[in-house]
Ligand binder design. Structure first.
Ligand code: KIV
Length: 284
């Protein structure tokens, strides 16, 4: 196991002060959390993207709080020192300030999160403020916000035009003023990210496909390793093809069972001749 100390908000701000970029990855299960912990990832996000990557839905909307809690608990068991962010799923905070605080509280109490994340700009500032006032660290999410993908007209870059870019910049300020200690910018042009990062006073700005001028970077784990069969977004960097390794192994296993080259002696257990003789006597 890694012997690093627990990553806290203070650790993250210290990194930003030293211009040391923060690493962040999505994570949804125990074994992946274990590997990410060994790699000393600073932050992990149990994203509601698990609806697609783990549960096979076409989008994130069907994901429930119970789904999120179960996966986040598993991730925490695998990654005790990483800074763990739980993603508030669809309709766990949109309906009311009260539901937002109660569901954010579930993440902290039941899954030992370090913070929660919610999507949306100034319209979500009251939820953000109430969650922070309840003592729960909160991350905002602007730009391409998958829970509103229908309203945004699809998975596309947000803020390419000056007017929309200004709205995103204003939204970032509104979230910071509401108490967000961190804001994720997803698919926002690099120049807009730079402006938001330069203007942030007490808030970490993280980039997902939004350029280098943020305090850190986030990627979706499944995109990095060829583990999501439906598509790989442009912003992802592929670090290895684990999907191909798995597929080849599965084809090979299926073939070996059928042509009887699996199992071999080292793959099964046996019993001594003496015990076997006794057993036969017992059976007779
Ligand atoms: O659910 C998720 O993984 C996310 C990322 C797309 C940022 O929110």
């Amino acid at each position: 196991m890694t012997d690093r100390k627990k990553v806290t908000i203070r650790t993250l701000f210290d990194k930003a002060t030293k211009s040391e970029p923060i690493s962040w990855l999505t994570c949804y299960d125990y074994p992946t959390a274990y590997f990410q912990e060994q790699a000393e990832m600073d932050m992990l996000l149990v994203g509601d993207s698990l609806g697609m990557t783990m549960l096979g839905y076409d989008g994130t909307l069907p994901v429930t709080m119970d789904d999120m809690i179960r996966h986040t608990q598993a991730v925490r068991r695998g990654a005790p020192t990483a800074f763990l962010v739980g993603d508030m799923p669809y309709m766990s905070y949109q309906a009311s300030v009260e539901s937002a605080v109660l569901n954010a509280g579930r993440f902290m109490a039941e899954a030992s999160c370090d913070a929660i994340k919610l999507e949306g700009g100034h319209v979500m500032a009251d939820r953000m403020r109430a969650i922070v006032n309840a003592g729960i660290p909160a991350v905002g999410h602007l730009g391409l916000t998958p829970q509103s993908v229908a309203a945004l007209g699809g998975f596309r870059v947000q803020g390419k035009g000056a007017v929309q870019a200004k709205e995103i910049i204003d939204d970032a300020k509104a979230l910071e003023e509401a108490g967000a200690f961190c804001i994720l910018l997803e698919m926002v042009p690099d120049r807009v990210t730079k402006i938001i990062t330069e203007r942030a006073e007490n808030c970490l700005i993280m980039s997902l496909g939004s350029g280098p001028d943020a305090h850190g970077q986030l990627l979706i784990f499944h995109d990095m390793f060829g583990l999501y069969p439906k598509f790989t977004p442009k912003m992802a960097k592929v670090y290895g093809n684990a999907g191909e390794v798995l597929q080849n192994g599965l084809i090979q296993y299926n073939k070996e069972v059928k042509d009887k080259t699996f199992p071999k002696k080292e793959n099964w257990f046996t019993m001594s001749d003496e015990e076997y003789t006794d057993l036969q006597e017992l059976l007779d």
